[in-house]
Write a protein that binds this ligand. Structure first.
Ligand code: BGC
Length: 384
Protein backbone atom coordinates (compact mmCIF):
# COMPACT_ATOMS: atom_id res chain seq x y z
CA UNK A 1 0.00 0.00 0.00
CA UNK A 2 1.20 3.53 -0.76
CA UNK A 3 1.76 5.63 2.37
CA UNK A 4 0.76 9.31 2.47
CA UNK A 5 4.39 10.46 2.24
CA UNK A 6 4.97 8.22 -0.77
CA UNK A 7 1.91 9.51 -2.53
CA UNK A 8 2.85 13.14 -1.80
CA UNK A 9 6.29 12.48 -3.24
CA UNK A 10 4.80 10.74 -6.21
CA UNK A 11 2.48 13.55 -7.13
CA UNK A 12 5.23 16.12 -6.59
CA UNK A 13 7.60 14.30 -8.92
CA UNK A 14 4.80 13.82 -11.40
CA UNK A 15 4.00 17.54 -11.45
CA UNK A 16 7.69 18.42 -11.58
CA UNK A 17 8.21 16.09 -14.55
CA UNK A 18 5.41 17.83 -16.45
CA UNK A 19 6.90 21.18 -15.52
CA UNK A 20 10.47 20.34 -16.55
CA UNK A 21 9.26 19.18 -19.93
CA UNK A 22 6.92 22.08 -20.61
CA UNK A 23 9.43 24.68 -19.40
CA UNK A 24 12.03 23.38 -21.81
CA UNK A 25 9.92 23.28 -24.91
CA UNK A 26 11.23 25.89 -27.30
CA UNK A 27 9.05 28.47 -29.07
CA UNK A 28 8.94 26.54 -32.36
CA UNK A 29 8.23 23.18 -30.66
CA UNK A 30 11.55 21.40 -30.07
CA UNK A 31 12.46 20.17 -26.58
CA UNK A 32 15.91 20.85 -25.15
CA UNK A 33 17.37 17.47 -24.21
CA UNK A 34 18.75 19.03 -21.02
CA UNK A 35 18.73 22.72 -20.08
CA UNK A 36 21.90 22.62 -17.98
CA UNK A 37 24.30 21.02 -20.49
CA UNK A 38 25.35 23.12 -23.51
CA UNK A 39 25.91 20.04 -25.72
CA UNK A 40 22.31 19.01 -25.03
CA UNK A 41 20.80 22.38 -25.99
CA UNK A 42 19.21 20.83 -29.06
CA UNK A 43 16.13 18.79 -29.78
CA UNK A 44 16.70 15.20 -30.79
CA UNK A 45 14.05 13.30 -32.76
CA UNK A 46 14.57 10.38 -30.39
CA UNK A 47 14.32 12.20 -27.07
CA UNK A 48 11.44 14.30 -28.36
CA UNK A 49 9.55 11.25 -29.62
CA UNK A 50 9.58 9.70 -26.15
CA UNK A 51 8.72 13.05 -24.56
CA UNK A 52 5.73 13.63 -26.85
CA UNK A 53 4.64 10.01 -26.32
CA UNK A 54 4.76 10.56 -22.55
CA UNK A 55 2.74 13.77 -22.79
CA UNK A 56 0.19 12.07 -25.01
CA UNK A 57 -0.39 9.42 -22.34
CA UNK A 58 -0.17 11.81 -19.43
CA UNK A 59 -2.78 14.07 -21.02
CA UNK A 60 -5.29 11.23 -20.83
CA UNK A 61 -5.25 10.99 -17.03
CA UNK A 62 -3.93 14.28 -15.75
CA UNK A 63 -4.90 17.08 -18.03
CA UNK A 64 -2.92 20.26 -17.46
CA UNK A 65 -5.30 23.06 -18.48
CA UNK A 66 -4.12 25.14 -21.39
CA UNK A 67 -5.24 28.61 -22.40
CA UNK A 68 -6.86 27.25 -25.57
CA UNK A 69 -9.04 24.99 -23.41
CA UNK A 70 -7.31 21.76 -24.39
CA UNK A 71 -4.85 19.57 -22.54
CA UNK A 72 -1.53 21.36 -22.11
CA UNK A 73 0.28 18.08 -22.68
CA UNK A 74 -1.44 17.48 -26.01
CA UNK A 75 -0.89 21.04 -27.08
CA UNK A 76 2.82 20.58 -26.39
CA UNK A 77 2.99 17.24 -28.21
CA UNK A 78 1.15 18.77 -31.16
CA UNK A 79 3.66 21.60 -31.36
CA UNK A 80 6.54 19.13 -31.32
CA UNK A 81 5.02 17.03 -34.10
CA UNK A 82 4.48 20.12 -36.23
CA UNK A 83 8.07 21.15 -35.63
CA UNK A 84 9.39 17.72 -36.69
CA UNK A 85 7.23 17.70 -39.80
CA UNK A 86 8.56 21.14 -40.75
CA UNK A 87 12.19 20.06 -40.26
CA UNK A 88 11.68 16.91 -42.32
CA UNK A 89 9.78 18.65 -45.12
CA UNK A 90 12.46 21.34 -45.18
CA UNK A 91 15.01 18.60 -45.96
CA UNK A 92 12.89 17.06 -48.73
CA UNK A 93 15.37 17.77 -51.56
CA UNK A 94 18.28 16.25 -49.65
CA UNK A 95 16.27 13.19 -48.64
CA UNK A 96 15.09 12.68 -52.22
CA UNK A 97 18.73 12.75 -53.35
CA UNK A 98 19.52 10.06 -50.76
CA UNK A 99 16.58 7.91 -51.83
CA UNK A 100 17.63 8.09 -55.47
CA UNK A 101 21.30 7.39 -54.61
CA UNK A 102 20.21 4.25 -52.74
CA UNK A 103 18.04 3.17 -55.69
CA UNK A 104 21.04 3.51 -57.97
CA UNK A 105 23.33 1.60 -55.62
CA UNK A 106 25.51 4.64 -54.89
CA UNK A 107 27.18 5.55 -51.59
CA UNK A 108 25.36 7.40 -48.87
CA UNK A 109 26.17 11.10 -48.48
CA UNK A 110 25.67 12.00 -44.82
CA UNK A 111 25.07 15.67 -45.65
CA UNK A 112 21.86 14.53 -47.39
CA UNK A 113 20.41 12.64 -44.44
CA UNK A 114 18.45 13.71 -41.40
CA UNK A 115 20.57 14.99 -38.55
CA UNK A 116 20.16 13.54 -35.06
CA UNK A 117 19.60 16.93 -33.40
CA UNK A 118 18.37 20.35 -34.43
CA UNK A 119 18.19 23.85 -33.04
CA UNK A 120 14.69 25.13 -32.52
CA UNK A 121 15.05 27.42 -35.51
CA UNK A 122 15.66 24.41 -37.77
CA UNK A 123 19.45 24.48 -38.14
CA UNK A 124 21.12 21.11 -37.73
CA UNK A 125 23.48 20.75 -34.77
CA UNK A 126 27.23 21.11 -35.49
CA UNK A 127 28.78 18.56 -37.89
CA UNK A 128 31.22 17.37 -35.23
CA UNK A 129 28.42 15.21 -33.82
CA UNK A 130 27.59 11.60 -34.84
CA UNK A 131 24.75 12.87 -37.00
CA UNK A 132 23.47 9.90 -38.94
CA UNK A 133 21.08 7.98 -36.68
CA UNK A 134 18.04 6.20 -38.03
CA UNK A 135 16.14 5.38 -34.87
CA UNK A 136 15.17 9.03 -34.25
CA UNK A 137 12.95 9.71 -37.27
CA UNK A 138 11.45 6.21 -36.92
CA UNK A 139 10.51 6.87 -33.32
CA UNK A 140 9.04 10.21 -34.30
CA UNK A 141 6.51 8.49 -36.60
CA UNK A 142 5.76 5.92 -33.89
CA UNK A 143 5.12 8.68 -31.35
CA UNK A 144 3.01 10.66 -33.82
CA UNK A 145 0.79 7.62 -34.47
CA UNK A 146 0.06 7.37 -30.76
CA UNK A 147 -0.78 11.06 -30.58
CA UNK A 148 -3.08 10.87 -33.60
CA UNK A 149 -4.81 7.80 -32.19
CA UNK A 150 -5.35 9.17 -28.67
CA UNK A 151 -6.42 12.62 -29.84
CA UNK A 152 -8.42 11.26 -32.79
CA UNK A 153 -6.93 13.69 -35.27
CA UNK A 154 -8.59 13.34 -38.61
CA UNK A 155 -7.89 14.28 -41.29
CA UNK A 156 -4.15 14.62 -40.77
CA UNK A 157 -2.57 17.98 -41.62
CA UNK A 158 -1.14 17.82 -45.14
CA UNK A 159 2.34 18.68 -43.85
CA UNK A 160 2.23 15.59 -41.62
CA UNK A 161 1.19 13.27 -44.44
CA UNK A 162 4.04 14.67 -46.52
CA UNK A 163 6.60 14.22 -43.73
CA UNK A 164 5.40 10.71 -42.79
CA UNK A 165 5.52 9.62 -46.44
CA UNK A 166 8.98 11.08 -46.94
CA UNK A 167 10.35 9.48 -43.75
CA UNK A 168 8.85 6.10 -44.67
CA UNK A 169 10.44 6.22 -48.14
CA UNK A 170 13.74 7.42 -46.68
CA UNK A 171 13.84 4.66 -44.05
CA UNK A 172 12.89 2.02 -46.62
CA UNK A 173 15.80 3.22 -48.78
CA UNK A 174 18.51 3.40 -46.09
CA UNK A 175 17.66 0.84 -43.41
CA UNK A 176 20.58 -1.46 -44.30
CA UNK A 177 23.19 1.31 -44.01
CA UNK A 178 25.45 1.28 -40.92
CA UNK A 179 24.63 4.25 -38.70
CA UNK A 180 25.21 5.50 -35.15
CA UNK A 181 23.02 3.79 -32.58
CA UNK A 182 20.72 5.56 -30.16
CA UNK A 183 23.72 6.19 -27.87
CA UNK A 184 25.45 7.87 -30.81
CA UNK A 185 28.13 5.17 -30.88
CA UNK A 186 29.51 2.53 -33.29
CA UNK A 187 28.76 4.32 -36.54
CA UNK A 188 30.13 1.48 -38.67
CA UNK A 189 27.72 -1.14 -37.35
CA UNK A 190 24.15 -2.19 -38.03
CA UNK A 191 22.22 -2.09 -34.75
CA UNK A 192 19.32 -4.33 -33.91
CA UNK A 193 17.58 -1.73 -31.74
CA UNK A 194 17.75 0.76 -34.61
CA UNK A 195 16.24 -1.82 -36.96
CA UNK A 196 13.50 -2.50 -34.41
CA UNK A 197 12.76 1.23 -34.26
CA UNK A 198 12.59 1.42 -38.07
CA UNK A 199 10.28 -1.60 -38.08
CA UNK A 200 7.94 0.09 -35.58
CA UNK A 201 8.19 3.44 -37.38
CA UNK A 202 7.24 1.92 -40.73
CA UNK A 203 4.26 0.17 -39.15
CA UNK A 204 3.17 3.47 -37.64
CA UNK A 205 3.60 5.20 -41.00
CA UNK A 206 1.23 2.70 -42.58
CA UNK A 207 -1.27 3.21 -39.77
CA UNK A 208 -1.20 6.94 -40.44
CA UNK A 209 -1.06 6.81 -44.24
CA UNK A 210 -2.62 3.49 -45.25
CA UNK A 211 -1.59 3.86 -48.90
CA UNK A 212 2.06 3.43 -47.94
CA UNK A 213 3.28 -0.05 -48.77
CA UNK A 214 5.76 -0.75 -46.00
CA UNK A 215 5.20 -4.46 -45.50
CA UNK A 216 7.94 -5.70 -47.87
CA UNK A 217 10.54 -3.64 -46.00
CA UNK A 218 9.23 -4.70 -42.61
CA UNK A 219 9.42 -8.32 -43.67
CA UNK A 220 12.96 -7.83 -45.00
CA UNK A 221 14.01 -6.25 -41.69
CA UNK A 222 12.52 -9.09 -39.68
CA UNK A 223 14.25 -11.71 -41.84
CA UNK A 224 17.55 -9.82 -41.63
CA UNK A 225 17.36 -9.69 -37.83
CA UNK A 226 16.50 -13.38 -37.48
CA UNK A 227 19.37 -14.33 -39.81
CA UNK A 228 22.07 -11.87 -38.74
CA UNK A 229 20.95 -10.15 -35.55
CA UNK A 230 21.08 -12.88 -32.90
CA UNK A 231 23.79 -13.86 -30.43
CA UNK A 232 25.09 -17.46 -30.34
CA UNK A 233 22.75 -18.06 -27.37
CA UNK A 234 19.74 -16.84 -29.28
CA UNK A 235 19.22 -13.38 -27.84
CA UNK A 236 18.83 -10.23 -29.92
CA UNK A 237 22.37 -8.90 -30.37
CA UNK A 238 23.46 -5.32 -29.75
CA UNK A 239 24.68 -5.06 -33.36
CA UNK A 240 25.27 -7.49 -36.20
CA UNK A 241 28.16 -9.80 -35.29
CA UNK A 242 28.40 -8.88 -31.59
CA UNK A 243 27.83 -11.38 -28.80
CA UNK A 244 26.57 -8.66 -26.50
CA UNK A 245 23.26 -7.17 -25.53
CA UNK A 246 22.40 -3.53 -25.07
CA UNK A 247 19.62 -2.13 -22.92
CA UNK A 248 18.39 -0.30 -26.02
CA UNK A 249 17.06 -3.67 -27.23
CA UNK A 250 14.03 -2.97 -25.06
CA UNK A 251 13.07 -1.01 -28.19
CA UNK A 252 12.16 -4.32 -29.85
CA UNK A 253 9.14 -4.73 -27.60
CA UNK A 254 7.83 -1.21 -27.93
CA UNK A 255 4.08 -1.65 -27.64
CA UNK A 256 1.80 -1.01 -30.60
CA UNK A 257 3.00 -3.26 -33.36
CA UNK A 258 6.66 -3.58 -32.40
CA UNK A 259 9.07 -6.20 -33.73
CA UNK A 260 8.41 -8.67 -30.90
CA UNK A 261 5.61 -9.10 -28.43
CA UNK A 262 6.88 -8.44 -24.89
CA UNK A 263 6.33 -12.11 -23.97
CA UNK A 264 7.92 -13.54 -27.12
CA UNK A 265 10.57 -16.06 -25.97
CA UNK A 266 13.24 -14.23 -27.99
CA UNK A 267 12.39 -10.99 -26.20
CA UNK A 268 12.30 -12.76 -22.85
CA UNK A 269 15.75 -14.27 -23.44
CA UNK A 270 17.07 -10.87 -24.44
CA UNK A 271 15.64 -9.16 -21.37
CA UNK A 272 16.97 -11.94 -19.13
CA UNK A 273 20.48 -11.22 -20.44
CA UNK A 274 20.00 -7.47 -20.08
CA UNK A 275 19.07 -8.09 -16.46
CA UNK A 276 22.03 -10.41 -15.96
CA UNK A 277 24.65 -8.23 -17.62
CA UNK A 278 23.39 -4.69 -17.16
CA UNK A 279 21.06 -4.29 -14.22
CA UNK A 280 22.73 -2.31 -11.42
CA UNK A 281 20.68 -3.35 -8.43
CA UNK A 282 19.16 -0.33 -6.72
CA UNK A 283 20.16 2.17 -9.39
CA UNK A 284 19.00 1.49 -12.91
CA UNK A 285 20.43 -0.18 -15.97
CA UNK A 286 23.75 0.23 -17.79
CA UNK A 287 23.62 0.84 -21.52
CA UNK A 288 26.11 -1.93 -22.41
CA UNK A 289 29.08 -3.61 -20.76
CA UNK A 290 31.68 -1.51 -22.60
CA UNK A 291 30.14 1.84 -21.66
CA UNK A 292 32.60 4.46 -20.40
CA UNK A 293 30.50 7.63 -20.90
CA UNK A 294 30.72 9.40 -17.52
CA UNK A 295 32.30 6.19 -16.23
CA UNK A 296 29.44 4.07 -17.59
CA UNK A 297 26.95 4.69 -14.81
CA UNK A 298 23.51 3.12 -14.53
CA UNK A 299 20.88 5.08 -16.45
CA UNK A 300 17.73 6.12 -14.65
CA UNK A 301 15.81 6.28 -17.90
CA UNK A 302 16.80 2.70 -18.69
CA UNK A 303 15.60 1.54 -15.27
CA UNK A 304 12.30 3.18 -16.16
CA UNK A 305 12.33 1.65 -19.63
CA UNK A 306 12.75 -1.77 -18.01
CA UNK A 307 9.84 -0.89 -15.69
CA UNK A 308 7.80 -0.09 -18.81
CA UNK A 309 8.65 -3.51 -20.20
CA UNK A 310 7.69 -5.12 -16.86
CA UNK A 311 4.23 -3.54 -17.06
CA UNK A 312 3.85 -5.12 -20.51
CA UNK A 313 4.52 -8.60 -19.16
CA UNK A 314 2.36 -8.07 -16.06
CA UNK A 315 5.21 -7.97 -13.51
CA UNK A 316 3.82 -4.99 -11.67
CA UNK A 317 5.87 -5.59 -8.52
CA UNK A 318 9.11 -5.33 -10.50
CA UNK A 319 7.86 -2.24 -12.32
CA UNK A 320 7.04 -0.55 -9.02
CA UNK A 321 10.43 -1.42 -7.58
CA UNK A 322 12.19 0.08 -10.59
CA UNK A 323 10.00 3.16 -10.35
CA UNK A 324 10.97 3.63 -6.68
CA UNK A 325 14.65 3.37 -7.58
CA UNK A 326 14.18 6.08 -10.15
CA UNK A 327 12.34 8.26 -7.65
CA UNK A 328 15.11 7.82 -5.10
CA UNK A 329 17.56 9.32 -7.61
CA UNK A 330 15.67 12.61 -7.96
CA UNK A 331 17.63 15.54 -6.52
CA UNK A 332 16.21 17.91 -3.90
CA UNK A 333 14.35 19.86 -6.60
CA UNK A 334 12.87 16.72 -8.10
CA UNK A 335 15.17 16.64 -11.14
CA UNK A 336 15.90 13.25 -12.64
CA UNK A 337 19.32 12.87 -14.28
CA UNK A 338 20.41 10.83 -17.26
CA UNK A 339 22.52 8.45 -15.20
CA UNK A 340 23.83 7.97 -11.70
CA UNK A 341 27.47 7.84 -10.68
CA UNK A 342 26.69 5.31 -7.92
CA UNK A 343 27.33 2.29 -10.08
CA UNK A 344 30.00 3.19 -12.65
CA UNK A 345 31.48 0.41 -14.78
CA UNK A 346 34.79 2.26 -15.06
CA UNK A 347 35.08 5.33 -12.79
CA UNK A 348 38.42 6.32 -14.35
CA UNK A 349 36.51 7.85 -17.31
CA UNK A 350 34.19 9.99 -15.21
CA UNK A 351 36.35 13.10 -14.79
CA UNK A 352 37.30 13.50 -18.45
CA UNK A 353 33.62 13.69 -19.40
CA UNK A 354 32.95 16.24 -16.66
CA UNK A 355 35.81 18.32 -18.08
CA UNK A 356 34.43 18.01 -21.61
CA UNK A 357 30.71 18.51 -21.00
CA UNK A 358 30.15 19.48 -17.35
CA UNK A 359 28.24 17.45 -14.77
CA UNK A 360 25.96 14.54 -15.79
CA UNK A 361 22.91 15.90 -17.63
CA UNK A 362 20.29 16.82 -15.05
CA UNK A 363 17.38 17.21 -15.50
CA UNK A 364 17.17 15.05 -18.61
CA UNK A 365 13.77 15.52 -20.24
CA UNK A 366 13.81 12.00 -21.66
CA UNK A 367 14.17 10.54 -18.12
CA UNK A 368 11.19 12.59 -16.93
CA UNK A 369 9.27 11.35 -19.97
CA UNK A 370 10.00 7.70 -19.15
CA UNK A 371 8.83 8.44 -15.62
CA UNK A 372 5.48 9.78 -16.89
CA UNK A 373 5.06 6.77 -19.18
CA UNK A 374 5.57 4.29 -16.34
CA UNK A 375 3.23 6.25 -14.04
CA UNK A 376 0.55 6.17 -16.72
CA UNK A 377 0.93 2.43 -17.30
CA UNK A 378 0.80 1.67 -13.57
CA UNK A 379 -2.27 3.86 -13.14
CA UNK A 380 -3.94 2.13 -16.07
CA UNK A 381 -3.12 -1.24 -14.55
CA UNK A 382 -4.52 -0.22 -11.14
CA UNK A 383 -7.82 0.74 -12.79
CA UNK A 384 -8.26 -2.68 -14.46
C1 BGC B 1 22.61 9.93 -25.55
C2 BGC B 1 21.52 9.97 -26.57
C3 BGC B 1 20.58 11.15 -26.30
C4 BGC B 1 21.36 12.43 -26.12
C5 BGC B 1 20.47 13.56 -25.65
C6 BGC B 1 23.33 11.25 -25.52
O1 BGC B 1 24.31 11.20 -24.58
O2 BGC B 1 23.53 8.89 -25.86
O3 BGC B 1 20.76 8.79 -26.51
O4 BGC B 1 19.68 11.29 -27.36
O5 BGC B 1 22.36 12.24 -25.17
O6 BGC B 1 19.74 13.21 -24.51
Amino acid sequence: MTTKTQSDKLSKLHAHSQQVIMDNQQPAGGYLACPTMPDYHYSWFRDGAFIAYALTLDGIDNMVPHSAGISGQWDSADKFHRWCAAIINGRADALERTISRMEQGQDLVVADTLNARYEDGGNAGPDSWPEFQLDGPSLWVWSLAKYVDVCRITPLPIAWVKAITLVARYLSAVWQQPCYDCWEERGDDVHISTLAAIYAGLGAAHQLVPTLDVEPTREAIRTFIMEKGLTPNGELAKSVGLDMVDANLLMAALPDDGLLAPDDPLMQRTVARIERDLLAKGHGVHRHVEDTYYGGGAWILLGLWLAWYKTQVGDIAAAKELLSWAESHADSEGNLPEQTKDAMLDPSYYQEWVEERGEIANPLLWTHAEYLIVLHLLQAHARQ
